[in-house]
Design a protein around this ligand. Sequence first.
Ligand code: SAM
Ligand code: GLN
Length: 305
Amino acid sequence: ERNEIKGDGGQQEVWTIGRILKWTEGYFQKAGLDSPRLDAEVLLSHVLKKERIFLYVHFDQPMEAAELAVYKDCIKRRVQHQPVAYITGHKEFMGLDFRVTPATLIPRPDTEILVEAVLQRLKAGTEAEGSMIADIGTGSGAICLSLLNYLPRLQAVTVDISPEALAVAEENARELGLSERAEFLQGDMLVPLKEQSARFSGRLAAIVSNPPYIPRGDIAGLAPDVRAFEPIGALDGGEDGLDFYRRLLAEGAEFLQGDGFLAMEAGIHQAQQLKALAESLPQWGRCEIIRDLAGIERVVVLWKK
Ligand code: SAM
Ligand code: GLN
């Protein structure tokens, strides 16, 4: 069935793929969205269950009425600033497909810098059989599952305070075929590891974390897509944004093996503060800082002394 509606000129016009994309782009632009064309294409290919390239090859194909109805609902949600990834339920990260829900932060491209830094260092070090890492605040599992995917002998223990987020991470592990090498523990930062200290003390090759790091006072100033839709518990890093880092630095080293490291994503202006904090603690030695593509100091790696 073809969906025909009244056009401006009064004649019957067909909503082809090309026409609906063009219309949506203008509508999204007026609504103040940053990437109107890309958003329109991602949402439409989601509704049609096709790759984006399909849209270009089928520009003149008319939309079915049912597809149009679902797509209109997506558009409505997007102009209310719901993130595209929550509408589609998916986000690509490190070349892998992750399921995301409003209980999980949407994995960011910047976080790929952290994953790459950890990949390099684990490869250079002892990627021995049964070597284990921890991902603290795993969210969708993006960091830890990418590491497991690209290091086929690695094992991981992941922690999140949110049972809903942890359920999504477990689902992603199943989808990616990584469940057998990942363990999921609900709890507060390093507490679940402390509770099983016989298993974890001195055992980990690395601890990886992208903790909540936004200073509380800055949350109101975040983009509406983030502020109104992403979980506040994934963003709020306390008064100065550093609450979770203080705990990782104070208590992380005891779980690391002798040549182990703690690798963290940092917010703007936080890397030097983390370095200074580590220098005030006896358990940390060398500190490496890695910049993102915008030149911002984004990743801090601390080696156990
Ligand atoms: N690792 C994911 C990523 O990079 O996309 C999610 C990072 S998100 C910034 C921080 C995560 O830490 C959230 O999933 C949140 O639920 C979790 N979290 C917040 N407070 C926590 C706590 N006290 N203990 C463990 N996890 C916590
Ligand atoms: N990168 C996220 C943002 O800019 C913050 C994630 C975090 O707190 N770790 O919104």
